[in-house]
Structure formats: structure tokens, C-alpha cells
Ligand binder design. Structure first.
Ligand code: DLZ
Length: 161
């Protein structure tokens, strides 16, 4: 459930730990790329704003949100990462695909974090229509990519401590 009035780009910068030495991957779904491009940009800008070195950022694309958890697992297994951010946008259509994809990626994201001990952050919008998605990809409700980046820094720092 979304929180009424909550802006996804709002956070208290004084609560963000130093991020200078973190290595973070962002995996971006190509489906609904006008939305996921904005989410990825929000995440990338926020990480760099808080000190993540651009050379320590790994940005990869996958065909759709369903592929995000497996791609993240491949990256974790082949790179020393502090966190992985999954970026996707699943929009409800006429068939039940929305429920299958949303549940699969949410479950895969959580399970991968539990299995590997590496924070895997759910930067996936699940909306009823494109307007709701755009509102949360740099529109009137902020940018979920920013929220995901802040969560990645906090969880990576938690893991290192
Ligand atoms: C097939 C599909 C559909 C119908 N809708 C979306 C969507 O709204 N968002 C998204 O990220 N991906 C969608 N996909 C693609 C699936 O995630 C996946 O890439 C394909 O089913 C192939 O496994």
C-alpha cells in the first residue's frame, strides 16, 4: 500500500551514512523504459550525491522485471558488491500477468538478500497505470529510484557495521 502524501524523494540527509567506499550495482528493466530510465537516473544521482564513486557503480540492463533477481544473483556472484538495486516498473494490464510478475520479483528480491547476505533493494514500481508510475518516477510523488538509493546506502552501511 502506498502512503498518502509521502514523497519518495524526501529524506533526512543527516541520517545517511558515508557512502564513499561502497560498490553498488543497479539492474534496470527495459520494460516501460520511460519510467525505469527515470528511476535509474534518480538512484544513480542520489548515490553519487552521497559520495559513491561513479567507478564503483555497475549499471546493467535486463529485458523485464521478471529477470531482475536472477541478474542480480549473477552480479553478486561475480563482483564484491555492497548492495544491488533492482529497478523495474510493472503496470497492470488486462491479464493476470501483473500479479505473477510483481509477486515473483518481490519474492525473488527478498529471497536473494536472505540467501546471499547482500542487501537487494526493491526499486520496482507496481502501478495500475502509466500515470501512477510517472508520478513516482520524478513526478508529483518524487522518485522511487531516490528512495531505493537511500535504502541501499543505509543497508550496506548496516551490513558493514
Ligand atoms: C511480459 C511483460 C508484461 C506483459 N508486462 C511487463 C511489465 O509491465 N513490466 C515489466 O517489467 N515486464 C513486463 N513483462 C516482461 C516480463 O518481466 C519478462 O521480461 C518476460 O515475461 C520474459 O520472461
Amino acid at each position: 500500500m502506498s502512503t498518502p502524501g509521502k514523497n519518495l524523494s524526501s529524506y533526512d540527509p543527516s541520517l545517511i551514512p558515508p557512502a564513499g567506499n561502497l560498490k553498488i550495482a543497479i539492474v534496470v528493466s527495459e520494460w516501460n523504459d520511460q519510467v525505469t530510465g527515470q528511476l535509474a537516473r534518480g538512484a544513480q544521482e542520489t548515490l553519487i550525491k552521497h559520495g559513491v564513486n561513479p567507478s564503483n557503480l555497475l549499471i546493467m540492463q535486463v529485458p523485464g522485471s521478471f529477470e531482475l533477481p536472477l541478474a542480480a544473483r549473477m552480479l553478486i556472484e561475480s563482483n564484491p558488491l555492497d548492495a544491488v538495486i533492482l529497478i523495474g516498473c510493472v503496470i497492470r494490464g488486462e491479464t493476470p500477468h501483473f500479479d505473477f510478475i510483481s509477486q515473483a520479483v518481490a519474492h525473488g528480491c527478498m529471497q536473494l538478500g536472505l540467501d546471499t547476505g547482500i542487501p537487494v533493494i526493491f526499486g520496482v514500481l507496481t502501478t495500475n497505470n502509466l500515470d501512477q508510475a510517472l508520478d513516482r518516477a520524478g513526478g508529483k510523488h518524487g522518485n522511487k529510484g531516490t528512495e531505493a538509493a537511500v535504502t541501499a546506502i543505509k543497508m550496506a552501511s548496516f551490513n558493514r557495521s
